[in-house]
Design a protein. Structure first.
Length: 160
């Protein structure tokens, strides 16, 4: 969530309010009914980031987790939001090879893209410069291969 709130309900009895700085994971597993709706009809919602990551194990039971990561985001830099590597301050996902990093970077703050075979960089608000690529504005993204240390290859994807 960038602005506003969404209410999550599902057929497993899970219920929660999603707000900026809250990481939520719903794993559909073997099957689940769910909905996300604006609980405050008079207030606008800006929902922009939803990732679908296939689990590395089939036929898992549905599950749900949410975690407020505002405290981690306030520290600056990149923080693990969802992780299959067991990061302590992240929601867990059943995909060993995946970490979703996020950050609220301040003016002039720099970060290093984590080392990985494949990296997807997305700018939700504001703009950011990506070395060897250029400026990415809100809604822009770049897909990197052999990321980290030195950028080897990139594809800039224009915003829709």
């Amino acid at each position: 969530m960038l602005d506003g709130e969404l209410e999550h309900k599902d057929s497993e009895g899970n219920h929660g309010i999603i707000y900026p700085g809250l990481a939520q994971r719903m794993s559909a597993g073997t099957g689940i009914w769910h909905s996300e709706m604006n609980p405050k009809s008079g207030k606008p919602v800006h929902f922009i980031i939803q990732m679908w990551v296939p689990p590395d194990t089939e036929r898992i039971a549905p599950s749900y987790e949410q975690l407020d990561i505002n405290g981690q985001l306030k520290k600056g830099g990149l923080v693990p939001i969802a992780s299959g590597h067991g990061h302590e301050a992240a929601i867990s996902i059943r995909q060993n090879g995946t970490v979703l990093w996020g950050g609220r970077l301040g003016s002039g703050e720099t970060v290093t893209v984590p080392d990985a075979s494949y990296v997807h960089v997305f700018v939700a608000k504001g703009s950011a410069g990506l070395e060897d690529v250029g400026v990415l504005n809100a809604g822009d993204e770049a897909r990197l291969t052999r990321a980290g240390g030195r950028l080897q290859q990139s594809t800039m994807v224009p915003k829709c």
